[in-house]
Design a protein. Structure first.
Length: 468
């Protein structure tokens, strides 16, 4: 095992890898329930939607298992995969929601969408096999590479704050800090406990406690149940366990193999013109590609797993894992599968090899039958881990040359636009556009900037014609 995963070579040990795998799982276990919710848009009273939810529930777990196992045994990197947030909402608004609004067949819209995801996945795979995706990643300007991990840090910290209500919506300022006075304890408990958990993790880390993030999650979980006078729900409804598998077999894994699904995807009656279909494929490609590139650079930098050029080691293999997982996900019946930014929590816990990914994938596999157990860890306990990882990842921004505006402005936009637009890909795209324009109009443009220019043009097209 040590030789296969290169555990000692990468300065780790089995115990640390197991703790890291568990940490990653707990940080991203929410996707098991959230992904099917996002794909059906919480429209549970619409005909066909319950079947879609069940199918996506099973597909989400299987896709996470397959994608993460690819990282474990092929790339041998400590990263995990699951259905991408944002992309699942885009799937709903592009394919399922139009059918709900028009009174059409939601299941047909869902299956037509799977065809689009399959095609985009095949494009990913082609780009990965030819090395084009790795070339694109390595062609990114150094200032953007260095700001990606910091931007992801802000992004996942923002997600953590939102998940527990530390940051709330405000109709005038868009966001605000949680209101504590004059509010019932039950309403603010997750936010308060999450902030306490964040401090606990920081203290444990300062004291050099091994597995500080995971220990912090477990301590915060205990505090949550004691402070809210609740008990974890360990009950399993055995009668309902079989239904998701039945719906998965009926409409999920069979979706992309139906001639009707391909007809609906390209006839124009359900999705729109061929141009609309092409733009959907391009949009899914762009978002997945740069979400993955961003996550790989960010987490690899945190793990000190960059080569001498500042690129993640075994980048080609990681890209291939992502591509195959997306294809597998579409066949199984779910939206685009991507490398999860929450992998950074496992890296922060010391994960450095594929053994971390193996542990995470096994945890997901267990949830096929014991899903309530995954929900025992509350958001108030996992949010602190995300916020803490944000702290760790911000340090990479210190390496950006802020005296040179050609470096500072694209880096700043990449950093700030990830959380503000709720998209890693958007942050990279806007940074690329700024870099191209500044480089062009200051007379610094060279042949090596062609790749980032193409990226910038593609993102301009995405912003103008796309929907994300």
């Amino acid at each position: 095992m040590d030789k296969f995963f290169k555990i000692s070579e990468r300065g780790s040990n089995v115990r640390t890898e197991i703790i890291a795998g568990l940490t990653t799982f707990f940080a991203m276990a929410y996707i098991i329930i959230v992904n099917p919710n996002q794909i059906v848009g919480f429209s549970f009273d619409v005909p066909g939607i319950p079947k879609i939810w069940n199918a996506v529930y099973i597909a989400s777990i299987l896709a996470a298992v397959i994608g993460t196992l690819l990282y474990a045994f092929y790339a041998k990197m400590p990263f995990a995969q699951a259905c991408g947030m944002g992309l699942n909402s885009f799937f709903f608004t592009s394919f399922v929601l139009p059918q709900i609004i028009s009174g059409g067949d939601a299941i047909s819209g869902y299956q037509a969408g799977l065809v689009i995801i399959l095609i985009s996945g095949l494009v990913f795979l082609l780009l990965s096999v030819t090395g084009a995706r790795a070339y694109i990643a390595k062609a990114m300007p150094d200032c953007i590479k260095k700001s990606i991990s910091a931007g992801i840090g802000l992004f996942i910290a923002f997600i953590g704050f939102q998940n527990v209500g530390v940051i709330e919506p405000n109709q005038y300022t868009l966001v605000q800090f949680v209101k504590l006075n004059g509010v019932a304890w039950a309403d603010v408990a997750p936010a308060v406990i999450a902030l306490l958990g964040f401090i606990i993790i920081a203290i444990l880390t300062k004291l050099n406690v091994k597995g500080a993030v995971l220990v912090g999650i477990l301590i915060t979980t205990v505090i949550y149940y004691l402070a809210t006078w609740q008990l974890p729900d360990f009950t399993l409804d055995m009668a309902s366990i079989a239904q998701p598998f039945k719906d998965f077999a009926e409409i999920g894994i069979t979706g992309v193999f139906k001639a009707e699904s391909w007809k609906n995807a390209f006839s124009g009656e359900m999705i729109g013109s061929i141009f609309s279909v092409i733009m959907l494929i391009v949009t899914f490609c762009l978002v997945d590609m740069f979400d993955t590139i961003g996550t790989l650079y960010g987490t690899a930098a945190e793990a000190d797993m960059l080569d001498k050029n500042g690129d993640p080691i075994d980048l080609d293999k990681s890209m291939a894992c992502d591509s195959v997982a997306t294809v597998a996900g579409s066949v199984l019946g779910t939206s685009t599968v991507t490398t999860f930014v929450e992998s950074a929590s496992g890296v922060a816990a010391g994960g450095r090899t594929g053994l971390t990914s193996l542990v995470t994938s096994l945890c997901f596999a267990v949830c096929l039958f014991l899903s309530p157990l995954a929900s025992i860890i509350p958001a108030a306990a996992t949010a602190p881990a995300l916020i803490f990882v944000g702290v760790l990842m911000l340090k990479n921004f210190a390496n950006v040359d802020m005296k040179d505006m050609r470096s500072a402005v694209p880096a700043f936009l990449t950093l700030i636009m990830m959380p503000l637009t709720y998209s890693i890909a958007n942050g990279i795209g806007i940074g690329a556009i700024a870099y191209t324009l500044i480089t062009l109009f200051t007379g610094k443009y060279t042949k090596k900037d062609i790749a980032v220019t193409i990226i910038a043009i593609l993102f301009v097209c995405k912003f103008v014609f796309g929907a994300m």
